[in-house]
Design a protein around this ligand. Sequence first.
Ligand code: CU
Length: 308
Amino acid sequence: MMKKTLTLLAVSALLTGLLFEQSIAQSHASSHEYGSEHSITILAEDYAFQAPDNIPSGWTTIQYENQGNEPHFLVLAKIPDGHTFDEYATNIVSPFNDVWYALRDDGISQGEAMERLGATLPGWFWTVDFMGGTGVISPGHTSDVTMNLEPGTYVLECYVKTEDGEMHNMEGMLRELTVTEAPTEATAPEADIHITLSNFEMDVQGSLSPGSRTVSVHVKENPEVGFGHNVHVARLDSNTDVDELVKWMNFFDVEGLKTPNPSTFVGGMHLLPVGHTGYFTLDLEPGHYLFVSEYTGHMGVMQEVTVE
Ligand SMILES: [Cu+2]
């Protein structure tokens, strides 16, 4: 009996040693190979994010799972030095909500809404760096996005609206994330579809055939007025009204970004700074897709794509 126990211990020690060596070999390999990744999971619920509080800086893959019954996205906003998460909630999210209520309840025009935002947002809002995130993701869907995150204090946010027209960030989808100085050794993934966003065009190039794709999104320029360009990927079916879908993408439209989602949203990349590149994965099936920007889609920053 004693001998058997010892033998088992010896085998177990040997296995542990082997596994230990293997894990060293693996972490060594994954740190240096092209395309290695550091990934975290963020869950979206109605209406909260489940997410870590601290993550390392550098290339980060976020597996974003929408476990709610409503569409959700993820915005990563990097707060400028000297400002805090609480200030972001009070001085930025609240004025947006006030202007949204004026659009919804008082019928002000989109032009008036922009003017009011200009008058009520603090000057430092325009120095917030939007560092990516996901496109709108349908309930039950998952999206992987990869961005290069600099150290700092970030806000995780979703401002899709409920059926009653309440913004999700006001309902609880607003959370602080600290990106620490410690770097990951992950590198950028290799893309097989390339999107370039400029004024006012969305250029989509690459392997638009069925399969698992990695899409790069590069922001070449941003309009002087507004918030910039992002990418949302909607799968179209035979009765999807593309004009209505583009209208839905506009936050400032009274019916815009309001639950329920008018189409199945399967991926995308949220606002990035000019000159930056982010990545997202996409499982393409034969059919029709619309790649569309939220704030600038109705100005032409979109492309319909057919996968044969
Ligand atoms: Cu949401």
